[in-house]
Design a protein around this ligand. Structure first.
Ligand code: GUN
Length: 297
């Protein structure tokens, strides 16, 4: 890696800083709710022991504690049946004290994720994965936008990185990140390319990006050959290589080319969690009548 430390610092998108500002901004709303006797609350369901999911759920629980949001964690063995999970969701849908329901993905293969997402009451769908909320991304009136894509937009906004008319290339087309992000960027009049594992010549398409977003989970896939001079690089990937967390992007090899970059850890991850907290508070505000559904922000 060349360039001195302060040059590198200037290029970093500080996800932890933005997340802490979001947490601060929602804390005032939480006080308002608590003054009305309402404690915002989220139910987090984890099925099985996927190591990454265990860590993500723990991070969500910790953030809730920091913010003063009640978090109810339900951990079930891998053997939980689909019917049992649907019953649990129904119970949470009907619980007036629960404002947000999150089922950590991926689920074991015997459970149909689509069926589970559809079972969550859209008004408590703080992940933004229910088909009703997904559809409303198109019309820009979703109650809840998916946390990682929304967090990425917040990052770009925080650093005044314009999107309109820019070439945005997204590598990875998952329902959680790539697909909703593509539509959210299109809503802002970006020119969006969505790449998947069958895309021919990912490298040359990526190298044309003003804003390159990688969400593949393939450690160090992105090197200097994928990055245009001055590009903004958003690294959504998170892999554990020999006990060390690293992203899709080979940071050392691209740092001299980028104008801005998210580190791993400390980039996208904290934003995902902060937006989840924000969505949970929003759900509580809507239910309490303090906030109107159409009042998006
Ligand atoms: N698995 C990876 N990211 C997410 C997320 O944002 N929400 C849920 N529910 N599961 C995930």
């Amino acid at each position: 890696m060349t360039g001195n430390n302060s040059d590198i610092q200037k290029k970093l998108i500080d996800g932890r800083l933005i997340a802490s500002e979001i947490e601060l901004s929602i804390s005032e709303k939480i006080v308002e709710l608590k003054n009305k006797g309402i404690v915002p609350s989220i139910a987090v369901i984890l099925v099985g022991e996927n190591p990454a999911s265990v860590v993500y759920v723990r991070n969500k629980e910790r953030a809730a504690q920091r913010c003063g949001i009640l978090s109810k964690k339900d951990i079930y063995p891998e053997s939980l049946t689909e019917k049992e999970l649907l019953n649990k969701i129904e119970e949470l849908n009907n619980d007036p004290l629960i404002h947000g329901i999150l089922v950590q993905l991926p689920l074991p293969s015997h459970i149909d994720e689509k069926k589970i997402m559809e079972a969550i009451n859209p008004a408590k769908d703080v992940d933004g994965f229910h088909p009703l909320n997904v559809g409303k991304i198109f019309t820009e009136n979703a109650s809840f936008y998916p946390c990682t894509p929304y967090g990425i937009l917040k990052m770009l906004d925080y650093y005044d990185i314009p999107v309109k008319g820019k070439n945005c290339v997204i590598i990875g087309q998952s329902n959680i990140v790539g697909k909703p992000l593509a539509v959210m960027l299109m809503n802002r009049l970006a020119t969006v390319s969505s790449l998947n594992i069958f895309t021919k010549d990912v490298k040359s398409i990526a190298a044309g990006a003003d804003i390159l977003i990688s969400a593949t989970g393939k450690a160090h896939l992105i090197d200097e050959n994928y990055v245009k001079d001055g590009a903004v690089v958003i690294d959504v990937g998170i892999s554990n290589i020999g006990g060390k967390l690293c992203g899709d992007v080979n940071f050392e090899r691209v740092i001299n080319k980028v104008s801005k970059i998210t580190p791993v850890p400390g980039g996208v991850g904290p934003l995902t969690v902060a937006v989840l907290m924000e969505n949970t508070v929003k759900s509580a505000l809507i239910k309490s009548g303090i906030k109107n559904k159409r009042n998006k922000k």
